[in-house]
Design a protein around this ligand. Structure first.
Ligand SMILES: C[S@@+](CC[C@H](N)C(=O)[O-])C[C@H]1O[C@@H](n2cnc3c(N)ncnc32)[C@H](O)[C@@H]1O
Length: 266
């Protein structure tokens, strides 16, 4: 497994099912990112754009947006999703396969976004630094980065559930009639490097009752609030906002909540 890419390239089934997974489909962040797009006026770069969950609504709202993602499978689904959009919307979108750790797109943006934590698939400080430096190079003077990561919950980090399959989600049925019930498992916690090894388990029941178990295994590095602030500062950003959720409530409004940084290139 390539440890720095979130397992999206190694597991094509994730891209095929992604838009149907209920917590992804219902994630309440789209309006938040579209509002920032509006404020910036565009153009926008979404780093780790995936299947276009946020990218396509942003293009629909009238803004030119480039989506960068390393997974060919996620980009293929994004391309298929775009086919259902008007020509105008399609014309606003550019998709690029590339690694957020080091990219050169030959243009600059007013806003760079990272919806739903792609940055946390970077497992070393070097990779984080190189990614933020690449992003910084792609921002217009005074442009804004929204770094969207989760606030690590001390309770979850110390929970006595290593190796346990937990957290079954509401079941969904694919257009092919396959029933999918997802659960998750934490395989290991590396407290020194702040890396969790996680599995998302897709339990499938096919229309002929055949059972199948697919595993999306990946690593995620968590960052604490002040660590992320220092990192952003070191990479040429000034933090102007920090939210706990996509309704723009401040950090501390809920625990653990998210860590959503609004950071301006300086
Ligand atoms: C949780 S998904 C988020 C997708 C999308 N932003 C959304 O909100 O639905 C994380 C995405 O990050 C991408 N990704 C992971 N590592 C990457 C890397 N090193 N460079 C570019 N994209 C990467 C994955 O391929 C995946 O599409």
């Amino acid at each position: 497994m390539n440890q720095n890419t979130g397992g999206y390239q190694d597991n094509p089934f994730v891209a095929q099912l992604y838009d149907q997974v209920i917590p992804y489909r219902d994630r309440p962040d789209v309006a938040f990112f579209v509002d920032f797009a509006q404020e910036s006026g565009g153009p926008i770069l979404e780093v780790g754009c995936g299947t276009g969950r946020v990218l396509i609504p942003t293009a629909r709202a009238g803004f030119p947006i480039t989506g960068l993602d390393l997974s060919q499978h996620m980009l293929e689904v994004c391309q298929q999703n775009l086919v259902n959009e008007t020509q105008e919307v399609q014309d606003r979108v550019t998709l690029i396969q590339g690694d957020m750790r080091d990219f050169s797109l030959g243009k600059t943006f007013s806003l760079v976004t990272t919806p739903f934590r792609p940055f946390q698939h970077l497992l070393t400080l070097e990779d984080q630094f190189s990614c933020l430096t690449s992003i910084r190079r792609h921002l217009k003077p005074g442009g804004v980065l929204i770094l969207d990561i989760f606030n690590p919950s001390l309770e979850s980090l110390t929970a006595d559930n290593l190796g346990e399959e937990i957290g079954a989600e509401p079941e969904f049925t694919t257009p092919e009639g396959i029933k999918v019930l997802r659960s998750n498992k934490t395989i290991s916690r590396d407290y020194i490097n702040q890396i969790n090894q996680v599995e998302l388990i897709y339990n499938l029941t096919h229309p002929d009752d055949r059972k199948e178990r697919l595993v999306h295994a990946f690593y995620m590095r968590y960052l604490f609030r002040f660590e992320a602030e220092h990192l952003l500062s070191r990479c040429g950003f000034k933090v102007e906002g920090l939210y706990a959720d996509y309704q723009k409530n401040p950090l501390g409004f809920t625990y653990p909540g998210e860590l959503i940084f609004v950071a301006r290139a300086c």
